[in-house]
Design a protein around this ligand. Structure first.
Ligand code: ARG
Length: 572
């Protein structure tokens, strides 16, 4: 049930000339419950109806017919305020949550349409660092949110597995590499070789030419080059996979940049045919001066392709393969220009779907305190960060709940959840400073806090069943919802009700933080209720009504956490 829509349908008769949808969009949730549970500001209607806002509000009040969902209405300072009928509201919300369970909050807005999401996409032979966590978890959340909204999602890991850097790596490995060291140290060693290449090339610039030549060989399918490249990819993927397993992230496709190697020539031809390519000192580029952007370089003077070439080719391939409604790219804001440039190239090629390409940028992560940069290098490796977080949480559990059965499992769920939540708790475009104290605080606006609240709800349910399970089998119709009229219960019900709306907003704004912030609000409402309202009371009717609220909180917290890629342990 959607209360904004119900209210809009009640008001439509008085507000001729406006659609019901437009009315629903005007309706707000006042921050202060004394101003109603729903409120319609009449300021925007003033001009159209040639009346003062307060006069409109008064009229709405005079003509109010009443509806079982609403208890009373008021006209105050240009606002038409509406108060919910608490028992009706309680019965309705609990009914929906308890019936829909893991589908509570889901919708079918997408109607099965396809959305391709390009996220994570780390670079082969480079460390998976804390910045990659953001694209991975924002992308994963967008995937889950859209799936929940009824879209069919295709998750693509567009691996950075192609480009001149592989020429450099081949040269470096051939000159200074050792098979067994690479096998033992993996990406660390590959990175060391790569750094060494740059150090040496500073004094011996001819190394750069050699590297370019090797990359051209690779693009042409030279056996020796291909074999080494495949090996570098394999080693890197094995390390990435460990992280994906820890994070619980999966992809539908690992078609990285190399996948487009044999598909780029056709696209370059197409660009030529469409008269979009210009030669510039032997290189080929698309001029974007008219759009105030630097040109998009498509072919280098040695014939090699570029990041742009591969992205344009991949987009065309994806449109043909997945017939997407939207193709979303999650990367740091530093790449915004790159995406604007090649989105424009697709538009200039005459593809009407250029406007279905969406860049989802995010801000940088920095680390608080020097202790976090473990290695000499300045990037913190994600695997280390996750392992440290798990260890720290295990210590906390050992202190708080030493007898917990599956401690390691819970430490992983909470340790990883803390890092993910921290990453998703602010608007994605904001830069974030990582701090252990903030991320792991059980009392802050954190993952552990939300998970702990969820476990607390489970524990109440378990106690109600004498420790047997967290089931709650009472049919919503059998509940006396009028027993949930107090402020804390109503506050909690309102939060439960808001879930669906928040998920939809998070999808439309491509902003997973809307879900994480919602979860903190829900957890806080639950804790207020929990502290004010004893649940396992003798009065059977009251006990059941309150337990229904606890069960609904458990369901909604779990559903919400799942949307942002976080598990919900039942004990912690
Ligand atoms: N590999 C790139 C990086 O790590 C991200 C790729 C993003 N996706 C894309 N289609 N360009 O910065």
């Amino acid at each position: 049930m959607n209360y904004k829509n119900i209210l809009a349908s009640q008001l439509i008769a008085q507000l001729e000339g406006i659609t019901e949808e437009a009315i629903a969009e005007l309706i707000e949730y006042p921050p202060n419950p004394q101003m109603g549970d729903l409120s319609m500001p009449c300021f925007k209607l003033s001009k159209q109806f040639r009346k003062a806002p307060q006069a409109i509000a008064e009229e709405l009040k005079q003509n109010w017919q009443g509806h079982p969902a609403f208890q009373r209405v008021e006209a105050v300072s240009g606002y038409f305020n509406v108060f919910l009928e608490p028992a009706y509201f309680a019965k309705n919300v609990l009914g929906e949550v308890l019936e829909q369970r893991e589908r509570y909050g889901a919708q079918n807005i997408g109607q099965g349409r396809n959305i391709a999401i390009d996220y994570s996409s780390p670079n082969i032979a480079k460390a998976f660092h804390i910045g990659h966590l953001r694209t991975t978890m924002i992308g994963n959340a967008i995937y889950k949110i859209f799936e929940f909204l009824g879209y069919n999602c295709i998750g693509i890991n567009h691996l950075g597995d192609w480009g001149t850097q592989f020429g450099k790596l081949i040269v470096a490995y051939k000159m200074w590499g050792d098979k067994s060291v690479v096998e033992a140290d993996g990406i660390d060693e590959l990175q060391r070789l790569y750094v060494k290449f740059h150090d040496e090339a500073d004094v011996k610039p001819e190394l750069e030419d050699e590297a370019r030549a090797w990359f051209v060989k690779l693009e042409q399918g030279d056996e020796d080059a291909l074999q080494l490249w495949k090996w570098f990819v394999e080693i890197s993927l094995k390390e990435f996979q460990k992280i994906y397993d820890l994070l619980g992230v999966k992809f539908d496709s690992y078609a990285g940049e190399s996948f487009y190697n044999d598909k780029m020539a056709a696209v370059v031809d197409e660009l030529k045919q469409k008269n979009l390519l210009e030669e510039d000192e032997g290189a080929l580029l698309v001029r974007l001066d008219d759009y105030n952007m630097p040109p998009a370089l498509m072919i280098k003077k040695d014939g090699g392709t570029l990041y742009h070439t591969r992205d344009v080719t991949a987009a065309i391939y994806r449109k043909n393969t997945y017939d997407f409604d939207k193709c979303i790219y999650v990367t740091d804001a530093g790449q915004s220009l790159h995406f604007q440039q090649w989105f424009k190239v697709i538009e200039l090629m005459g593809y009407p779907w250029a406007n279905q390409l969406v860049h989802v940028p995010f801000g940088k992560v920095s680390l608080e305190g020097a202790k976090l940069s473990t290695r000499k290098g300045n990037v913190i490796r994600l695997e280390e960060l996750l392992t440290q977080s798990i260890d720290k949480i295990r210590d906390i559990i050992n202190e708080k709940n030493p007898n917990l059965e599956n401690k390691d499992e819970v430490a992983r769920q909470v340790g990883v959840g803390a890092i993910i939540f921290n990453d998703l708790s602010n608007n994605r475009i904001k830069d974030i400073v990582f701090s252990w104290e903030v991320a792991l605080n059980f009392e802050g606006e954190t993952g552990p806090y939300v998970q702990y609240t969820h476990a607390r709800a489970c524990s109440v349910l378990r106690k109600a069943n004498d420790g047997a399970s967290i089931e709650f089998d009472v049919q919503p119709e059998q509940l006396d919802a009028s027993l949930l009229n107090n402020v804390e219960a109503q506050g909690l019900l309102k939060q439960l009700y808001l879930f669906k709306e928040r998920v939809e907003q998070a999808g439309m704004k491509l902003e997973p933080s809307i879900v994480s912030r919602y979860l903190v609000d829900l957890a806080q409402s639950f804790n207020r209720f929990y502290h004010e309202c004893p649940i396992l009371v003798d009065d059977a009717a009251l006990r059941q009504a309150r337990l229904a609220l606890v069960k609904s909180t458990h369901i909604t917290l779990r559903n919400g956490l799942a949307l942002i890629g976080i598990e919900a342990p039942e004990k912690m």
